[in-house]
Design a protein around this ligand. Structure first.
Ligand SMILES: Cc1cc2nc3c(=O)[nH]c(=O)nc-3n(C[C@H](O)[C@H](O)[C@H](O)COP(=O)(O)O)c2cc1C
Length: 168
């Protein structure tokens, strides 16, 4: 494994750019079977005395089944790979081996699948999940419901950062 563990306090990424602009891959499963999907919503921070990441996953994502079954997942960040992430974010792993199709490779880090091509990987243990609810948006935020024409409300996953790994 050509990754080296670092302290989260030494992370050099700006989450707004790394997640919102450059995107990330959310990956879960095991050595036998794993799946991944592109995500551009989420964040990094501190909650319940833990360093955490949070992601928002719609119920129909195949990756969600692996996240729920395992209770852990990874976030992989890249330099580039936007075209590949475009495919991984529009094709479902239910329908084809999309990881092979884009020519990328899984690697296990601390028992969790992540991407060999990543510049940074966060290994995460889920602490908390909840579903976004339409009636919880405040009156001034009703516009946000435009994201849910099909009522496929996200599940939010708050996960403890077990380890941060950078490419050596
Ligand atoms: C740039 C981009 C960002 C995305 N962000 C999210 C996200 O934050 N949450 C989500 O549920 N889906 C998101 N998606 C959609 C999933 O990546 C997409 O539906 C994917 O094909 C699901 O794959 P799966 O069924 O194999 O899990 C995003 C897609 C793209 C292209």
């Amino acid at each position: 494994m050509n990754f080296q563990q670092i302290a989260v306090t030494d992370l050099a990424i700006n989450p707004f750019g790394a997640i919102g602009r450059d995107w990330m891959l959310v990956t879960a499963g095991d050595e036998q079977q794993a799946n991944t999907m592109t995500a551009s919503w989420g964040g990094l921070g501190v909650l319940w005395g833990q360093d955490v990441a949070f992601v928002f996953i719609r119920p129909q994502r195949y990756t969600k089944q692996f996240m729920d079954a395992k209770g852990c997942f990874s976030l992989s960040f890249f330099d580039g790979y936007k075209q590949e992430m475009g495919v991984l974010g529009s094709v479902s792993g239910r329908d084809k081996d999309k990881i092979a199709e884009v020519g990328m490779h899984l690697t296990m880090i601390d028992g969790v699948p992540a991407f060999e091509e990543a510049k940074l990987v966060l290994i995460l243990d889920t602490l908390y999940t909840d579903e976004v609810k339409a009636d919880k948006f405040l009156p001034a935020a009703q516009d946000m419901l435009k994201w849910y024409p099909d009522n496929d409300f996200h599940t939010v996953y708050v996960a403890r950062i077990r380890g941060a790994y950078v490419k050596c």
